[in-house]
Design a protein. Structure first.
Length: 257
């Protein structure tokens, strides 16, 4: 104990209070009970009481130290234009920002990759389901055809179902084409130049045109009309200027010799 006191006397410095700013006080009085709580009354296991005792003791120290600082004309409030320099340099903060940014970009890339994998997985699942459904429909149709061929069934419902499905697909594609329509450039050119009309297959016969014989004229078809060179016709310029055949030309050459 004597040695400890001697060491304390050696490093103790007799400085003014403004250099030490030490305040040792008990807790401030409780505003509810108007009495100061002692350390014996505080339960150390009760977090709320323990923190409140620390808070009241700090409050008592502030109430004691502020008037003494004001008496010594020492400012206790930070000015509005106070500039506090950071402990870390700008270069280090820039490195930290770049690291955080790269980490965030890596997380975004990882999230996008997860979404793409999920979409591919879902697309493959849908594709497999469609293929399985088509195979099942094909198998059912083949079984129905075999039953019909063997005479086990006299129903042709599978043909009606196939035709209905194909018609539905055609209607769906036609509605999509109609809904889509031409773009703005095509509409402008149609408005400026008009529609060119059908080019390919314009001279093909249809069932109606093949069966239509209202415009058929037998005289014209068999060269019996006016101006034709057939029997009963008067004959035109083409009949008069008709070139003779090869034998007639040979006979004419022989005669000329």
């Amino acid at each position: 104990q004597e040695g400890l006191k001697q060491c304390l006397a050696e490093f103790r410095q007799q400085l003014a209070w403004v250099e030490r700013l030490d305040v040792t006080l008990g807790p401030v009085a409780d505003p509810v009970s108007q009495s100061a709580t002692t350390s014996d009354a505080v339960d150390p296991e009760n977090d709320f009481q323990r923190e409140m005792s620390f808070y009241r003791q700090a409050q008592a120290a502030v109430l004691e130290a502020l008037p003494r600082l004001h008496k010594l004309q020492i400012p206790t409030r930070r000015p509005d234009d106070y500039f506090a320099e950071m402990a870390k340099s700008d270069q280090q903060m820039q490195k930290i920002r770049q690291k955080l940014k790269s980490k965030q970009e890596a997380m975004e890339r990882s999230e996008k990759a997860k979404q793409l994998r999920a979409m591919r997985k879902y697309g493959k699942k849908v594709q497999v389901e469609i293929l399985q459904r088509r195979q099942k429909e094909k198998k059912n149709m083949l079984n129905a055809v075999k039953k019909y061929q063997k005479g086990l069934s006299d129903k042709l419902d599978f043909l009606d179902e196939e035709q209905t499905v194909s018609q539905g697909n055609k209607k769906g594609s036609a509605s999509q084409r109609t809904k889509k329509g031409p773009n703005a450039k095509r509409r402008y050119k149609n408005q400026k130049f008009g529609f060119g009309g059908k080019k390919k297959g314009s001279k093909w016969n249809t069932k109606e045109s093949f069966n239509d014989i209202s415009s058929f004229q037998s005289k014209v078809a068999h060269n019996k009309g006016p101006g034709k060179g057939g029997r009963g016709g008067k004959g035109g310029k083409k009949a008069l200027n008709k070139r003779p055949g090869k034998r007639a030309r040979q006979k004419m050459k022989n005669r000329a010799r």
